[in-house]
Design a binder for this molecule. Structure first.
Ligand SMILES: Cc1cc2nc3c(=O)[nH]c(=O)nc-3n(C[C@H](O)[C@H](O)[C@H](O)COP(=O)(O)O)c2cc1C
Ligand code: SF4
Length: 538
């Protein structure tokens, strides 16, 4: 989007991420082009990913000699006034004497100096919100391909060793060490091996995978190519949830561009190594995020969980050795190879090394993605960066790790974000989703929802999950309805134990987490009549 004149080009950045376009970023970009043309300004609007400060979208960034100056949230109706006030002059503080745009309520100053941006350690998000997501030139100019080039100069075993040294653990939820998984695939003989990226991202309150795929898709392709080289795979598949059409679009564009540039295909970067990536779209089932179910779905079958062993690393897609990793796991890899595994391992605490992209969602004042080294406390993320609840009411509970994660009460948030510390606090980090609830939440209702969700999303293969979740809904209804509360509470606890111990996969096995934590921390909500009183108070 460029208007023409003889004046120097002004460059502005507006996100094309679906979170930004859902609140009007496209209309703001169009309004900027029109306003610039009317003002005779030669404007280039670069459509980037989002910075992850979702409460500020649509965010407009104007390039200045001092850096990018932000305005947000900007509505299309704001644009004419901002341009007339000198927004496009490229002056940071009005030193030229004519810029009054900084007096506009949306004026933010230098984006990189905002506490939310300044305090992050962005590895997965390094280019997200900065570059044009599908420009190969922009990607290389901002450090892209350095990891792959280095990997291709090493033996595959050395690449696996770098990933092992980094301490990288799977970001999809289970936190399994990536290096061990890759070594298993590398050590398993086979002519045909695969790398499958799990981009199903079904957890409630999570969006980091989507943000990266929309905002920096080449990073995922690079990570997958490095994984393929390390384990001896020639093909990669991205399993993307159908609810992410914009990510699908960005990935398709990126795959085409990468093939055309020789980054994928018969001779990756002239190395002689062959690797290609295909995109497959799921059909909207939470269980298809479970890795064996995902493999079934990729093979064109119904998404049913496979019994393990055999593990996918040995018998995976079409029975071949397969790396299955989450988007964030794979997107961390190019930096690990570019800068070294031990450098990456300097970030984090204990056995949680590197960074996590925390996603702040639910009833939160400042929702968005915040990438930092493991170890930061949940309290700090929720209160300092998230700003507490959006409603301004007292915070009551936080659920971390998606719909199967425990509810943590407001006075117990001082837990370091570390897999083991969370486990010791009877919680789980999962994919880094943090969902906040204020004091109007009805925790018996949330416990019921967990059982209902499991009943809806269960693949149906094993009885504790398929039948247990339906019985769970009925039992909670009886408890809150005042039908033999003590007897039914005992029954609910028994049911939770059975589901934990007897389910074939973590879907049924972890559903008791939210239920038990609600019972433990908020028993008062399970007394008859509370639901009606909460509804009335809303
Ligand atoms: C019910 C269920 C849903 C899951 N959904 C996802 C998902 O959406 N994305 C994901 O990466 N992992 C998901 N997982 C975890 C995967 O089974 C697997 O552990 C992961 O993809 C491995 O990659 P990682 O080691 O990089 O985390 C899910 C697991 C279960 C039990
Ligand atoms: S626990 Fe649930 S989702 Fe997992 S295999 Fe059993 S029925 Fe399927």
């Amino acid at each position: 989007m460029t208007t023409s004149s003889t004046s120097p080009i002004t460059r502005v950045y507006v996100s094309r991420d679906s979170a930004a376009t859902s609140v009007g970023a496209n209309e703001v970009a169009d309004a900027l082009v029109l306003a610039a043309a009317a003002a005779g300004v030669d404007l280039h609007v670069v459509r980037t990913g989002t910075r992850g400060m979702l409460w500020l979208e649509p965010l407009v960034e104007v390039e200045t000699p001092a850096g990018r100056v932000g305005y947000g949230p900007v509505s299309p109706a704001d644009v004419d006034g901002l341009v007339a006030a000198g927004m496009l002059d490229g002056v940071l503080d009005g030193a030229g004497g004519h810029t009054t745009a900084r007096d506009h309520p949306s004026y933010l100053g230098l984006v990189e100096d905002l506490p939310w941006m300044r305090d992050q350690q962005r590895i997965c998000l390094a280019r997200v919100g900065v570059t044009d997501p599908v420009s190969t030139t922009d990607y290389e100019a901002h450090g892209g391909l350095a990891g792959l080039r280095h990997a291709l100069s090493l033996d595959p075993q050395q690449v696996v060793a770098e990933v092992t040294d980094s301490g990288l653990r799977g970001r999809g939820g289970a936190g399994f060490p990536a290096g061990i998984k890759w070594k298993t695939v590398a050590d398993t003989p086979g002519e045909l091996k695969f790398v499958c990226c799990n981009a199903d991202e079904g957890d409630s309150g999570t969006f980091a995978d989507r943000m990266v795929m929309e905002g920096d898709p080449f990073a995922l392709l690079e990570g997958m190519t490095i994984a393929g080289y390390a384990v001896g795979a020639s093909e990669g598949y991205i399993y993307l949830r159908s609810e992410y059409p914009d990510a699908a679009h960005a990935l398709k564009e990126a795959i085409d561009a990468a093939r055309a540039a020789g980054w994928l295909g018969a001779d990756v970067l002239g190395s002689g190594y062959t690797f290609d990536i295909h995109l497959r779209i799921g059909a909207g089932a939470y269980i298809c995020g479970e890795e064996t179910s995902m493999l079934e779905s990729l093979e064109g079958k119904r998404g049913m969980v496979r019994a393990k062993p055999p593990i996918p690393a040995i018998t995976g897609l079409f029975g071949k050795p397969t790396v299955v990793n989450n988007v964030l796991t794979l997107v961390s890899v190019p930096t690990i190879l570019a800068e070294g595994g031990t450098k990456y391992a300097e970030l984090g605490v204990d056995r949680s090394r590197g960074t996590q992209v925390f996603q702040l969602a639910g009833n939160i004042a400042r929702g968005g993605a915040f990438e930092t080294a493991f170890g930061i406390s949940l309290e700090k993320l929720v209160h300092e960066y998230g700003g507490g609840t959006r409603t301004g009411r007292p915070l009551r509970a936080v659920q971390v790790g998606g719909p199967l994660g425990q509810y943590i009460p407001a006075d117990k948030l001082d837990i370091p974000t570390d897999y083991e510390a969370f486990a010791a606090a009877d919680a789980m980090l999962g994919h880094g989703g943090i969902t906040v609830f204020d004091d109007t939440v009805d925790m018996a209702h949330m416990a019921r929802f967990a059982m209902e969700f499991c009943a809806e999303e269960s693949c149906g293969k094993c009885t504790p999950c398929r039948v247990g979740s339906i019985r769970g809904v009925e039992t909670i209804d009886k408890i809150v309805g005042g039908v033999d509360p003590d007897g039914n509470l005992a029954l609910l606890n028994d049911l939770c134990e059975l589901m934990t111990d007897g389910s074939l996969c973590a879907m049924g096995g972890l559903t008791p987490n939210p239920v038990r934590s609600a019972l433990l921390h908020f028993p008062e909500d399970f007394t008859p009549g509370v639901h009606d009183r909460k509804e009335a108070a809303r």
